[in-house]
Design a protein around this ligand. Structure first.
Ligand code: AMP
Ligand code: MG
Length: 491
């Protein structure tokens, strides 16, 4: 009996540092009960990292926690306040359908937020029902875990449970709760909220908290708040470059969806690009293409400028000097982004050293890909394995000329061809969560209660650089369709 108890200890190890911030930043919450929670998927690897016990989480008590029906020991549920620019318009937001249970201190002594998404109404819900649909939560689970496996900083998904309650969208859909794990949920929008509605001291408390939680307290920096700004800029530059390099389109890069920790957050209308085209947009509400693939680096710069504005009172007592410091920091972003992107592109082409002409070589390839409607991921896969079939691009004279130049470039470096191939294999994924494959998995899950398609997909996505035979079956493109793929927000 005693032993059984030990085995079933879940391992929650909460601390609640966010709740020590001024009250302006959150509302304490009680749990909203749901009818009949059922565990749909649990992330075994993440469970281990968090120091949690799989069997305990699978038990009825464990599932009750994941559904928001039961409070785990040490949790202090709250919803966080934040604001944000949504498609350029500033507005008050906050966790309208999420609950921060607390921060789990992992066995490696790391601190991560445990948040329930779809957990019910909060004071920030506005007109919303506080709920989420099974399809959209599974979609976030699949894509966030795929991003993690691709080596891209991201929030992660611990579990999805269904609530047994319907959610009303255009039709009646099953409701679900996702357990999201994040380095933190501090957003540019949290700072905008503080700057707009808080005192300078409340803003300072938030900045100090962010510095302590993510940036070693700004140790050694002459101006800690400038250090905060510079570090956030650096992380966003690295993050957005990684998105571009795999063809990820976030879809709703509002300032409330920009994480201070530098993780990808809020998987709403996101999707991966098939054929290379900078104008690619999937989101049904992004009619102007504000968040198109090719625009993402510019929008990131715009969002960071909004972040810099919030810090002005902390950067310097003199307003002009503060503005100058902020402008100088923001001016760095473009260059930082570009050098991250360029070095990433070099690795995708198996290039180890730097030559000034590299950028032209890369641009020429991208231009050809656009001209001949070439699939982004599969082009780099073909270059990696020297297998050129199935694409118009490869039959063109311009590609033949480009290929020769690329080969000459590789011969000019010290590293062998084999080293180049290895570098390309680890830089060019065999598989990305292609839209039609994600839809196929969600359809089986939602319509037929069949989760095997999704589990198989998650399995092949979990090691995208393995280049296994099993994965090769997932590289096929969707049938040409007359209506473009569309994604939807906040469902
Ligand atoms: P998002 O588009 O997911 O970044 O969400 C934007 C804002 O809308 C956030 O404040 C969310 O909490 C809120 N929101 C999204 N869906 C709902 C919902 N079903 N009920 C209440 N609030 C929601
Ligand atoms: Mg959001």
């Amino acid at each position: 009996m005693e032993e059984r108890k030990i085995i079933l200890k879940t391992g929650w190890n909460f601390n609640n540092s966010y709740a020590n911030l001024p009250e302006l930043f959150f509302e304490r919450q009680s749990l909203t009960h749901v009818d009949s929670p059922k565990l749909i998927i649990l992330n075994d690897h993440l469970t281990a990292y968090l120091g949690l016990n799989v069997q305990a989480l699978q038990s009825s008590d464990g599932v009750a926690v994941l559904a928001g029906n039961q409070m785990p020991k040490g949790a202090l549920p709250l919803s966080q306040a934040y604001a944000g620019h949504q498609f350029g318009h500033f507005t008050m937001l906050g966790d309208g359908r999420a609950l921060l249970l607390g921060e789990q201190i992992t066995p490696k002594d790391e601190r991560v937020d445990i948040q329930l998404k779809g957990s019910g109404r909060t004071p920030y819900s506005r007109g919303g029902d506080g709920r989420a649909t099974l399809g959209s939560m599974l979609r976030e689970y699949i894509i966030s875990e795929a991003m993690y496996a691709l080596g891209i900083p991201t929030t992660r998904s611990l579990a999805v449970v269904t609530t047994g309650e319907p959610v009303f969208r255009e039709t009646k859909l099953p409701g679900a709760v996702l357990t999201r794990v994040a380095a933190s949920h501090l957003r540019v929008g949290t700072f905008q909220y503080a700057a707009e509605w808080g005192t300078v001291e409340e803003l300072r408390a938030l900045a100090d908290y962010a510095l302590k939680r993510h940036f070693s307290d700004g140790d050694g920096a002459e101006n800690r708040y400038l250090c905060l700004l510079q570090e956030v800029i650096k992380r966003q530059a690295a993050l957005i470059a990684k998105w571009q390099l795999v063809g990820f389109i976030h879809g709703v890069m509002n300032t409330d969806n920009v994480s201070i920790s530098g993780e990808t957050i809020d998987y709403g209308p996101c999707a991966f690009m098939d054929n290379y085209d900078p104008a690619t947009v999937f989101s049904s509400i992004d009619r102007q293409g504000r968040y198109a693939y090719g625009n993402q680096p510019y929008i990131a710069g715009w969002n960071l400028a909004r972040f810099a504005e919030t810090l002005l009172p902390l950067l310097h007592d003199n307003k002009e000097k503060a503005t100058q410091l902020a402008e100088n920091a923001i001016a760095e972003f473009t260059q930082l982004y570009h050098s991250n992107w360029l070095s990433g592109m070099r690795t995708k082409l198996g290039i180890f050293n730097e030559e000034p002409e590299d950028e032209i070589l890369i641009e020429n390839l991208l231009n050809m890909m656009q001209k001949y409607d070439a699939d982004y991921t599969n082009t780099f896969r073909a270059l990696t394995f020297d297998k050129f079939s199935d694409m118009t691009l490869f039959d063109t004279e311009s590609f033949t000329i480009w290929h020769k130049k690329w080969q000459e470039r590789l011969y000019r470096q010290e590293e062998s061809k084999d080293c180049s191939i290895e570098l390309m294999k680890s830089s060019n994924p065999e598989i990305i969560p292609r839209n039609h494959r994600v839809e196929e998995a969600l359809y089986a899950a939602e319509k037929n209660g069949d989760y095997s398609v999704m589990k198989k997909l998650l399995d092949v996505l979990s090691n995208p650089y393995a280049h296994s035979n099993e994965q090769a079956g997932y590289t096929a493109l969707p049938e040409k369709s007359t209506c473009p793929y569309r994604t939807f927000c906040g469902t």
